[in-house]
Design a binder for this molecule. Structure first.
Ligand SMILES: CC(C)(COP(=O)(O)OP(=O)(O)OC[C@H]1O[C@@H](n2cnc3c(N)ncnc32)[C@H](O)[C@@H]1OP(=O)(O)O)[C@@H](O)C(=O)NCCC(=O)NCCSC(=O)C[C@H](O)C(=O)O
Ligand SMILES: [Mg+2]
Length: 281
C-alpha cells in the first residue's frame, strides 16, 4: 500500500519551492513543467527539475514530474528528461486515449509509472480504458480544465463535476489503480478545502492534489483514518476472530454485522494507519 493522501504540485520554475518540498509533509510531490510554467521558462524549468531529481533528497515522498501534454513542443524532451531522472513517474496531462499513455510508458523504465490526468470530456469518457493501460499507477482528476471544457459553473458542492469525478473513481477501482482528486484553488480557504477533501474521500478518492504547503495538513488528516475508524477496525477484527472461533461466519460489533469482507477492509485500514504512524505526518 502506498500513501497518497497529499500530492503537492510545485512549479518546476521555482527552485526554492522545490527545495522546500523536500521537507514538506506531502506523500508525493509533482514537479510541474506544464501549466505552472510559462513557455519561455519551460526549457530552464526542465533543466532545474532534472538537477533537483539528480540531487535527490525527497525521502519517502514520491517525486513525480508533470510533463507537457502530447502534441506540445515540449512533450518529447520532457519525457526524455524524466526517463533518466530518477523520478518515480510521469504525470501525463490531458490523457484522452490509451495510446498516449502507452507511448509515454514505453519510454520509461519498468519501475516508473504513469499517472494519467483525466481533465477533458474525452478523457472522462475514455477513463476506463486509460486506467487499465499497462504502466498506469493512477488517475488524477484535473478539475480546472474539466470545468472549463464542460463550460460548467463553479459551486462549492462541485455539482457539475460529480458525475465525472465518480467516473474517475469507478475507472480507477475497476482497473485496481489509485484515484486522486483535483486541486482546490483557494490556498487560504481552509474550511472550503476541508469540505472538498471530505467530499473526495466520500467518493472514494485516495487523496488530493494540492497547490500550497498550507493545504497539506488538511488533506493528510481527511484522507487518513480517524482514531475512531482505527479503533472500530480493531474491534471488527477482534469480534470476527472470536465469532470464527465459535464456528460463526458473522459477528456483530457496535450493532453492525461484520463479515470476512469487512475484516479485509479493516486490516487494510490498520496497515494504512501504521504506515502513517511510521511516516510521521
Ligand atoms: C499559489 C502560489 C503561486 C502562491 O505562492 P506564494 O505567493 O509564494 O505563496 P506563499 O507566500 O504563501 O508561500 C509560502 C512559502 O511556501 C512556498 N510555497 C508556496 N507554494 C508552494 C508549493 N506549491 N510547493 C512548495 N512550496 C511552496 C513558498 O516558496 C514560500 O516559501 P518560503 O519563501 O520559504 O517561505 C504557489 O503556491 C504556487 O505556485 N502553487 C502551485 C501552483 C501550481 O503548481 N499550479 C499548477 C498545478 S494545478 C493544475 O494545473 C490543476 C489541473 O491541471 C487542473 O486542470 O485542475
Ligand atoms: Mg489541467
Amino acid at each position: 500500500m502506498q500513501l497518497l493522501r497529499s500530492m503537492l504540485y510545485v512549479p518546476g520554475s521555482r527552485v526554492s519551492a522545490i527545495e522546500k518540498a523536500r521537507e514538506l509533509p506531502a506523500d508525493a510531490v509533482i514537479l510541474d513543467l506544464e501549466d505552472a510554467v510559462i513557455p519561455d521558462q519551460k526549457p530552464g524549468a526542465r533543466k532545474a527539475v532534472a538537477d533537483v531529481l539528480s540531487a535527490g533528497g525527497f525521502g519517502p515522498r514520491a517525486a513525480l514530474v508533470r510533463v507537457n501534454a502530447g502534441g506540445t513542443p515540449w512533450h518529447h524532451e520532457d519525457v526524455s528528461m524524466v526517463a533518466v531522472s530518477g523520478a518515480a513517474g510521469v504525470v501525463l496531462p490531458k490523457a484522452e486515449d490509451p495510446s498516449q499513455v502507452e507511448a509515454v510508458a514505453a519510454r520509461l523504465d519498468d519501475e516508473m509509472s504513469v499517472w494519467a490526468m483525466i481533465e477533458t470530456p474525452r478523457g472522462v469518457l475514455a477513463a476506463e480504458r486509460i486506467a487499465s493501460t499497462s504502466g498506469v499507477a493512477g488517475l488524477i482528476a484535473g478539475t480546472n480544465d474539466l470545468r472549463l471544457d464542460l463550460q460548467a459553473k463553479v459551486s462549492p458542492d462541485r455539482a457539475a463535476l460529480t458525475h465525472a469525478l465518480q467516473m474517475i473513481v469507478l475507472a480507477a477501482r475497476a482497473a485496481g489503480v489509485a484515484a486522486i482528486d483535483g486541486v482546490f484553488n483557494a490556498p487560504k480557504d481552509a474550511e472550503g478545502l476541508r469540505r472538498e477533501c471530505l467530499q473526495g474521500r466520500l467518493f472514494g478518492f485516495d487523496g488530493k492534489t494540492l497547490i500550497h504547503p498550507e493545504q497539506l495538513g488538511i488533506a493528510n488528516d481527511v484522507f487518513g483514518p480517524t482514531p475512531d475508524e482505527v479503533s472500530f477496525a480493531a474491534r471488527q477484527i477482534e469480534g470476527f476472530t472470536s465469532a470464527q472461533a465459535n464456528g460463526q461466519g458473522v459477528a456483530v460489533v457496535d450493532g453492525v454485522i461484520v463479515e470476512e469482507l469487512h475484516v479485509r477492509s479493516a486490516r487494510q485500514l490498520i496497515v494504512k494507519a501504521d504506515l502513517i504512524r511510521d511516516r510521521g505526518w
